[in-house]
Design a protein around this ligand. Structure first.
Ligand code: UFG
Length: 341
């Protein structure tokens, strides 16, 4: 029998790419998504890529009644929990909305896991839990520092909740993947990053600027303590990131976990500045990207990148795609998506 994986936020950016990799690896997928930052066409496009249109439920996981009703209806073997609000800047402006959404949905899922004897969970965590690290690259044992924004704090709090739950639920297997900065799109260009409204993340803003939808990119801060004065991040291809989830499920199902709650960094281990990204994008696409350096964005961390040795050695996962491939796929996606409109 095929294992059934619930993918919350499965119509979203990372979620949709993960659903493709799960289906390609033989899992049955059920998506729950409230389309707060995604579109239902994504689910059809997953069907075009894999030949299988996943089952879809549309409701808000923070709604306890709806969540309970769903688990009474569907048999689920494992959960991958993406559904969450995810913008650093927005979370500074709307902290309560972030805490309510991100925490209630996770608590409802954990309650359902207990009731329905579901024992495996992969959680979308983030390098944001490291706050402003003293030593780089960060390893999983690098102390978690105070979060720089409410969004980051929700990830820290949920990691603590998962650790506590695993402490008493010995049969549970939970893996938190700390993502660095996912960018790029599926090679089919049928799915990619599809933010509602004005993009808040760097790459969709760049591709929309290059496509003429935005006038120029604002580079937030040129006076950081970095080689070119702009922030450093560890950008990772979303397809590589999606594959890490399949490896995490595989570990929970086929390997002896050292502890029933484990954490892995998922990045490339290579830092790039905002200006590095602009220049690489211009090289890959042959376009000139208009940009202006403006003041710093509240909540931004100056620099963070990963040591990925643990994921490489223990999960047998490694990022394979380089920055040029990430940016070329993001640009393909933008062009194809605009043509389709
Ligand atoms: N940036 C700009 N201009 C923009 C958008 C972003 O200069 O219009 C800069 C940011 O200041 C930052 C870098 O580009 O230096 C990356 O910013 P993103 O908004 O793309 O990504 P963040 O690093 O802020 O946040 C992302 C995800 C979070 C995740 C975090 C972990 O949005 O969910 O990575 O670092 F937690």
């Amino acid at each position: 029998m095929k294992q059934v994986v619930l993918v919350t936020g499965g119509a979203g950016y990372i979620g949709s790419h993960t659903v493709v990799e799960l289906q390609n690896s033989g899992y049955d997928v059920v998506i729950v998504d409230n389309f707060s930052n995604s579109q239902s066409s994504v689910v059809e496009n997953i069907g075009k890529i894999t030949g299988i249109t996943p089952k879809l439920y549309s409701f808000d996981l923070a709604d306890e009644k709806a969540c309970t009703a769903f688990f009474h209806k569907e048999h689920i073997d494992a959960i991958i929990h993406f559904a969450a609000y995810k913008y650093v800047g927005e979370s500074v402006e709307q902290p309560l909305r972030y805490y309510k959404n991100n925490l209630y949905s996770t608590l409802n899922l954990l309650t359902a896991m207990k009731e329905h004897h579901i024992k495996q969970l992969v959680f979308s965590s983030s390098c944001t839990v490291y706050g402003t690290p003293d030593v780089l690259p960060v390893v999983e044992t690098t102390p978690v520092k105070p979060a720089t924004c409410p969004y980051g704090n929700t990830k820290q709090i949920i990691e603590e909740i998962l650790r506590d739950v695993c402490h008493t639920e010995h049969e549970y297997k939970v893996i938190a993947l700390r993502y660095f900065n996912p960018i790029g799109a599926h090679p089919s260009a049928l799915i990619g990053e599809l933010p509602n409204g004005v993009p808040q993340n760097l790459i969709p803003y760049i591709t929309q600027t290059a496509a003429g939808i935005r006038e120029y990119l604002q580079v937030f801060g040129g006076d950081y303590n970095t080689p070119d004065g702009t922030c450093l991040r560890d950008y990772i291809h979303v397809v590589d990131l999606a594959k890490a989830h399949v490896k995490a499920l595989h570990r929970m199902q086929n390997q002896n976990m050292e502890q029933n709650y484990e954490v892995f960094n998922i990045g490339t281990g290579k830092p790039s500045s905002v200006l590095d990204i602009i220049h690489a994008f211009e090289k890959v696409t042959g376009k000139v990207l208009p940009y202006k350096i403006v003041s710093r964005r509240v909540g931004d961390v100056e620099k963070v990148w990963a040591d990925t040795t643990k994921a490489n050695q223990i999960m047998g996962w490694k990022a394979l795609l380089n920055l040029e491939e990430m940016l070329a796929s993001a640009w393909n996606w933008e062009m194809k998506h605009n043509q389709a409109k």
